[in-house]
Design a protein around this ligand. Sequence first.
Ligand code: HEM
Length: 175
Amino acid sequence: MTIGGGLNEPRDVLGVAVWALLNHPQQLAQVVADPALFPLTFEEAVRWVAPIGMYPRETTKSTVLDGIQLPRGAHLGVVIGAANRDPKVFADPESFNINREKKPHLAFGGGNHFCAGTWVARASVAGVALPDLFRELPGLRLDPERPAVDAGWVFRGMTDLPVTWDSNSASQLSI
Ligand code: HEM
């Protein structure tokens, strides 16, 4: 869990946050002008596309959940991806918006198994990777010739994110 969680979900939120910012130039200009906004960008990216979209559970006793009778041993899929876009909680939930009203999301789970790496993920992605990326790769932008692809629902992130940026060698990178 520590090795997988330490690599995969931070990678996915980083890719999604970059994709979202490059698609929203006004929000990108905001965070580049004020790097203190990268933590907000991180929280909005994990809400908008939860890197773990679903986790499984099994009931230990019979219970009623939201009016539905569940027997002991029922297998459940807890769909964070849907909860994080619940229109009863989030206004215009399908939109990526770092300026939205701050509300608690479920991207890190809840209860006994709340993600043990939440704070290190915030520190490494919002505190280091995102600001470094936009500082070190000036003019970072999506490659208009090759579409970005996001995929997956249990684990969700970018499977292709072709970008270009300004440099002497006009180099190109896929992350
Ligand atoms: C954006 C990054 C991350 C996201 C969205 C994320 C999400 C989650 C979620 C939803 C769970 C709960 C799973 C469940 O209840 O079945 C979880 C658990 C866990 N995560 Fe993360 N995670 C992230 C980063 C990390 C990092 C960086 C580490 C370690 C360095 C880590 C280690 C763990 C561990 C050890 C658990 C199990 C906790 C327990 O069962 O008590 N995660 N994570």
